[in-house]
Write a protein that binds this ligand. Structure first.
Ligand SMILES: [Ca+2]
Length: 178
């Protein structure tokens, strides 16, 4: 028995809709609570770097592969921005990993994108907070498409672990030249 991927996608969509309520908060870049101080996820958006250009005859197909559908009418090429950081829900600091959802604000438009999980190696987090140690880690790497040759503000939200107290939190926002 396996979960149908469309169910997963629909859940992500509902989460994104629910999080529209925090757009105002996202625009203000309110930070997640300090580690160990809350039931809500802590963490950071550590770095935001423009990376490769998705160009050529089929960037739209690549974006479909990466994100399901292009998030907005695409101009023909996309600059992929790499977001790195970490997140932990202190109700269950080892497992399961926290889901992280990126958003892009560009040309006055906010778009929520497909997210991922904070489950990659972060020895520095392990060292700082030994109670979070597990076989994987709590780091995330998110690749988000932006319109090239402009500026974009990217944000990442950590979802409070289901069935635990707390709220979704904003790990950070940064503006980057694309
Ligand atoms: Ca929690």
């Amino acid at each position: 028995m396996s979960t149908h991927p469309r169910l997963h996608r629909r859940r992500i969509g509902l989460v994104a809709v629910a999080m529209l309520a925090v757009i105002g908060l996202a625009a203000g870049c309110q930070m997640a609570p300090l580690p160990r101080t809350s039931h809500s996820p802590s963490g950071y958006l550590d770095s935001v770097e423009p990376s490769f250009l998705l160009d050529g005859p089929e960037p739209r197909e690549v974006l479909k592969f990466m994100y399901g559908v292009p998030p907005w009418p695409w101009p023909g090429a996309a600059k992929v921005v790499v977001m790195r950081g970490w997140a932990v829900d202190w109700d269950r600091p080892t497992w399961p990993p926290v889901q992280v959802i990126p958003a892009v604000i560009q040309n006055g438009r906010l778009t929520w994108l497909e997210g991922g999980f904070a489950a990659g190696p972060r020895p520095d987090v392990d060292a700082a907070f030994p109670e979070t140690r597990n076989l994987g880690g709590h780091g995330y790497v998110l690749l988000v498409p932006t319109i090239p040759n402009s500026t974009a503000t990217v944000c990442v939200v950590a979802l409070n672990l289901p069935d635990t107290p707390g709220d979704n939190t904003i790990l950070g926002c940064q503006t980057v030249a694309t």
